[in-house]
Ligand binder design. Structure first.
Ligand code: HPA
Length: 236
């Protein structure tokens, strides 16, 4: 038990999916898990454990932004012994080759956040995905003929950037594919504590073209992403 999580030791499976939204956590548990049971409800930041294809798996909402995710992830690793953490989220598009609905497997995550930069003094740490999880996700995405990209993500602390696309400065010109708000600290904490992490994001709004995902496409692409993440969680 922690101030943010009332689950008991052993309540989480070794692999946990991390959506930002608590209602997406309950949707994942109800839609995909065999025998889901709620393990956390503190602040309505819901967590569930069940099985997928007969193997144990959990889902825990992370909330929005790196400070919120860092609290849940720190405790999942250090209090509950979680070994693999897979973020399932949405992101904005920063590169014309990424179309709405495409998946981005965040191979690395740049950030403007002091939560990462502050740890490293003079160094620019490069937060990276676990190679085994990344390789498994890429292989499964390819086999399913999903549209996917692997590359750099921006994990920003700012959603409403004062200067819109221009606010992201030189990052798109250096191959950064999308912007979300959590992956960099997830990768940093996984590195710190010797566990595995991957962020998979559906691109829902392109900051260049202003294309946005439709309601029907949002549901079907979230389904593709969650099934992919669950397979990675129990197989890799
Ligand atoms: N910015 C940050 N996070 C996001 C965005 C965005 O434009 N779209 C979806 N998640």
């Amino acid at each position: 038990m922690t101030p943010h999580n009332h689950a008991k030791p052993g309540d989480y499976a070794p692999a946990v999916l991390l959506p930002g939204d608590p209602l997406r956590a309950s949707w994942i548990a109800e839609t995909f898990f065999e025998t889901p049971r709620q393990v956390n409800g503190v602040r309505n930041c819901l967590g569930f454990t069940g099985t997928w294809k007969g193997k144990p798996v959990s889902v825990q909402a992370s909330g929005m932004g790196q400070p919120s995710l860092a609290i849940y992830v720190h405790e999942l690793i250090n209090v509950y012994g979680v070994q693999s953490l897979i973020r399932v989220g949405t992101c904005g598009g920063l590169n014309a080759k990424v179309k709405v609905r495409d998946l981005i497997l965040a191979q690395g995550a740049a950030t403007d956040s002091a939560i990462v930069k502050g740890r490293f003094g003079p160094y620019n740490f490069a937060p990276i995905a676990d190679f085994g999880l990344l390789r498994a996700a890429a292989g499964l995405a390819e086999a399913r003929r999903l549209r996917w990209h692997a590359g750099n993500m921006l994990s920003s602390d700012i959603f409403y950037h004062a200067n819109g696309f221009a606010g992201y400065d030189t990052l798109p010109g250096h191959g950064v594919l999308g912007v979300e708000m959590e992956a960099a600290v997830l990768y940093t904490l996984a590195a710190r504590f010797g566990v595995r992490a991957l962020a998979i994001c559906t691109m829902t709004d392109c900051l260049i073209t202003h294309d946005e995902i439709s309601a029907e496409d949002r549901q079907s692409s979230l389904t593709d992403m969650v099934e992919l993440a669950l397979d990675v969680a129990v197989e890799a």
